[in-house]
Structure formats: structure tokens, C-alpha cells
Design a protein around this ligand. Structure first.
Ligand SMILES: CC(C)(COP(=O)(O)OP(=O)(O)OC[C@H]1O[C@@H](n2cnc3c(N)ncnc32)[C@H](O)[C@@H]1OP(=O)(O)O)[C@@H](O)C(=O)NCCC(=O)NCCS
Length: 154
């Protein structure tokens, strides 16, 4: 069976998501804020239906885009295409996506650029003093505001 993507409204998989989050982000409590602020959570499953990663987005319906708040693939599953699969799923659902990446993480910036994201601007000291962020964005077409804000027509 190929990998599958689920979205969750019911958060019954939250324990697995917390585990993957804590491996990536050094036990920060950030996930609670992410969960509180997120409009949608996507999870990717391997072919044994184990959760191997997740992504959260926050919809800004007034301004017509979604903000990618977090994406993590469990370390032993990286570089197998799961991250891009998750991103492509989100890009099918939303037509205008923004995110902020660490400016010194070139492989992460390349990961987003390969998917079609552009670098928009540098945000100095975004993460910490001397740790800048890069604002990046992707739009599927220029007419996104004439359709339902932030979403493609299904
Ligand atoms: C960023 C992240 C989500 C990417 O996930 P991933 O599953 O490793 O990504 P993919 O496998 O889809 O693609 C990554 C790379 O693996 C390559 N790849 C894909 N399938 C591959 C395969 N079968 N064999 C070898 N490489 C492969 C891709 O070509 C891509 O190469 P690139 O580095 O030249 O762009 C993951 O590295 C991660 O969780 N990082 C820590 C958390 C983080 O920094 N999150 C983002 C900020 S919020």
C-alpha cells in the first residue's frame, strides 16, 4: 500500500505527533501553541499505517493565504519523499502558502524552492539574536483572490 495522508479534526493521533515534534524541536512546548492556532493538521502514514510525520497550517481567510506553521518527518523516515508528499498534499488544497524558514538552513530552503516556493524577504533575528528567518511563499495562480480565499476550487 502506498503512503497515505490523513487530516485530523479528531486528534486521536496526538501522542504520536507529540513524539515526532519533540524529537525535532528539543522538547519545546511550541506544539501546544501550534495546535491551538492551527486550522488544519496533516499527517503522513507509511505503508504500515504508522505516523511518520505531520504538518500544521493556519488559514488566514481575510488575507487569503495559509501559513505553514510546522512540518516534521521522523528522522528515520527522512529523504524518502514523505516531506514533499506532505507539502504537495497541502499545495493541492491551498493555492497561496507562506512560511518562514531558518536563513542558515540551506537544505531546508532548497527543499521549499524545489517545490516552487520563492524567497520573499529576510527577517533579521527572527529566531534569536543573529538567527534570521526567510519569508517564503508559493502561489498556484494569480487569481487566487477571485476564488475562495486561500483554497483552490475543488
Ligand atoms: C524538512 C523535512 C520535513 C523534509 O522531509 P523529508 O521527508 O526528508 O523530505 P523529502 O524526502 O521529501 O525530500 C528531501 C530530500 O530527500 C530527497 N529524496 C526524496 N526521496 C529520496 C529517496 N528515495 N532517496 C534519497 N533521497 C530522496 C529529495 O530529493 C530531497 O532532496 P534535496 O535535499 O536535494 O531537496 C525534514 O527534513 C524534517 O523533518 N526536518 C526537521 C524539521 C524541520 O526543519 N522542519 C521545517 C521547518 S518548520
Amino acid at each position: 500500500m502506498p503512503p497515505r495522508i490523513k487530516t485530523i479534526s479528531a486528534l486521536k493521533e496526538i501522542k504520536e505527533i507529540l513524539k515526532i515534534h519533540d524529537e525535532a524541536w528539543n522538547h519545546s512546548t511550541g506544539i501546544l501553541g501550534l495546535l491551538k492556532n492551527s486550522s488544519e493538521c496533516f499527517i503522513v502514514l507509511d505503508n504500515n499505517s504508522l505516523i511518520v510525520g505531520y504538518a500544521f497550517v493556519e488559514e488566514d481567510r481575510i488575507r487569503g493565504f495559509v501559513e505553514l506553521q510546522d512540518i516534521v518527518i521522523s528522522p528515520s523516515y527522512r529523504k524518502q519523499g514523505y516531506g514533499k508528499l506532505l507539502m504537495k498534499t497541502i499545495m493541492k488544497k491551498y493555492s497561496y502558502i507562506k512560511l518562514i524558514a531558518r536563513a542558515n538552513n540551506q537544505s531546508l530552503i532548497s527543499f521549499y524552492q524545489d517545490l516552487g516556493f520563492n524567497k520573499d524577504s529576510l527577517i533579521e533575528n527572527y529566531y534569536d539574536v543573529g538567527e534570521d528567518g526567510i519569508r517564503m511563499s508559493w502561489q498556484s495562480d494569480k487569481n487566487y483572490l477571485s476564488i475562495q480565499p486561500g483554497r483552490k476550487n475543488d
